[in-house]
Design a protein around this ligand. Structure first.
Ligand SMILES: *Cc1c(COP(=O)(O)O)cnc(C)c1O
Length: 225
């Protein structure tokens, strides 16, 4: 069993020191604990040690944990590939979606999000460096998409998200620049740059990440799905 409390402390320390090194306020970086393939009790333990934001990739698995942990005030982030026939579950059960990469997904999420709830926070996923991956919109499509997504009721466009290829830290700088250009050109106040995972936290924070998604460094190796 990994020592979740100790791992959390180490990840928080790493975020803190990297933010300081970059001349940034450590409080400007939110840690999302990614629990895919991990049991609900592991998430509960992380919660007991102060973790409040959790990310999940697989909807059926996530629903089970959201139910099991419904006694805890958790902020749930959906970070997996989203099919348009699954948007209702996400709109009803999550607080954030990081993987919106086409208008149709946004339109469905907005239509399916109850106006009685707080708006669903979304990030526009950008395919920043991987032409072979289908996830994420092309950087040159991002302006039009951000403009359209920002107008949808029941959603709040918070910023951009990307999963660059391992070792490509230049991609973090490019994503940060794209976010600034979109914000300036469209007069949008985007406050979230969702980038950085266990292996590339430091480079992401140096480039301006405000939200890192960390799984293995907290929970240990993933269980086989
Ligand atoms: C699994 C996953 C993570 C966490 O990855 P680790 O390398 O375990 O930290 C972060 N973001 C996304 C989108 C993921 O699918």
């Amino acid at each position: 069993m990994p020592n979740i409390a100790e791992n959390l402390t180490q990840v928080r320390d790493a975020i803190h020191s990297q933010a300081r090194t970059a001349g940034r306020d450590p409080a400007s970086v939110t840690l999302v604990a990614v629990g895919k393939t991990q049991p609900a009790r592991a998430l509960r333990e992380a919660f007991a040690h102060g973790q409040r934001d959790f990310g999940e990739n697989y909807l059926q698995e996530a629903l089970g944990k959201i139910d099991e942990l419904s006694d805890l005030p958790i902020t749930w982030h959906f970070i997996g590939a989203l099919q348009s026939n699954k948007t209702r579950i996400v709109a009803e059960h999550f607080h954030w979606v990081h993987t919106v990469d086409r208008l149709k997904l946004g339109e469905r999420l907005s239509a399916q999000r109850s106006p009685a709830l707080t708006p669903l926070n979304i990030c526009l996923q950008i395919n920043i460096d991987d032409e072979t991956s289908k996830a994420g919109c092309a950087p040159d499509e991002a302006f039009d998409l951000a403009a359209a997504l920002s107008k949808l009721p029941n959603l709040r466009l918070r910023g951009l998200m990307a999963i660059p290829k391992p070792g490509n830290s230049k991609a973090f700088v490019e994503l940060a620049r794209l976010q600034q250009e979109i914000g300036a050109r469209l007069s949008l106040s985007l406050d979230t740059l969702s980038m950085g995972m266990s292996a590339d936290l430091d480079a992401a924070i140096a480039a301006g990440s405000t939200l890192v998604r960390v799984g293995t460094a907290i929970f240990g190796e993933r269980n086989r799905a």
